[in-house]
Design a protein around this ligand. Structure first.
Ligand SMILES: [Cu+2]
Length: 197
């Protein structure tokens, strides 16, 4: 008696496997398509949203970009914490080799704060230790996010992108004061107001 050949799959069952495989591929494509559309509609796509974190227009910022060589003419001329007319807070931060400006930031707890951070010279990072805030800073690109510190205390900020010989010294602090404490703000026109050059 001769050994039986391994059972061969019928032609029609092969077809079924192919169809299942094709269906998986189509589902992945559909998911990607829906994801892209949802991202466009919700405005989470960073290239298409124009500083939507605060829905405020920052002076000198066009499509999320500033001229890093001329920050003096933009909202980044005077970094620090601002309180806007509606009472909300806005933090303006500039990173340059090898320091952050302002050197530390005092903010109140329990209040949403709109951060707008940019780099002046090379790529830096803005990582607030112990939180999920970790933002890449490209020269001239404005990184915006809104956050609320619930727990008062000191939060260390470190540059998270190697930026040169002084990178390890690029430290900063966010001091979160108990809710209701008055914090110093920049005594200057709000950076959301257009300034005449
Ligand atoms: Cu660095």
């Amino acid at each position: 008696m001769t050994g039986r050949a391994a059972p061969r799959l019928e032609h029609h069952s092969l077809n079924i496997y192919e169809n299942i495989w094709l269906l998986i591929g189509l589902l992945i494509q559909l998911l990607l398509f829906v994801g892209v559309i949802a991202s466009l509609v919700s405005g989470t796509s960073p290239l298409l949203s124009d500083n939507t974190a605060s829905h405020n227009h920052l002076a000198g910022v066009q499509s999320g970009r500033v001229d890093p060589a001329n920050l003096q003419a933009t909202a980044f001329a005077k970094p620090g914490l601002y309180q806007l007319e509606d009472g909300s807070y806005q933090a303006i931060v500039v990173a340059r080799a090898f320091a952050f400006d302002p050197p530390f930031l005092k903010v109140p707890a329990g209040t949403p704060i709109d951060f707008h951070v940019t780099a002046q010279d090379v790529v830096h990072g803005y990582y607030v230790y112990g939180t999920n805030i970790n933002v890449d800073l490209m020269p001239g690109q404005v990184s915006s996010f809104r956050t609320t510190f619930d727990t008062p205390g000191e939060y260390n900020v470190i540059c998270y992108e190697y930026c040169g010989i002084g990178h390890h010294n690029m430290l900063n602090k966010i001091i979160v004061e108990p809710a209701g404490t008055e914090v110093p703000t920049v005594d200057a026109p709000s950076p959301t107001q257009e300034t005449q050059p």
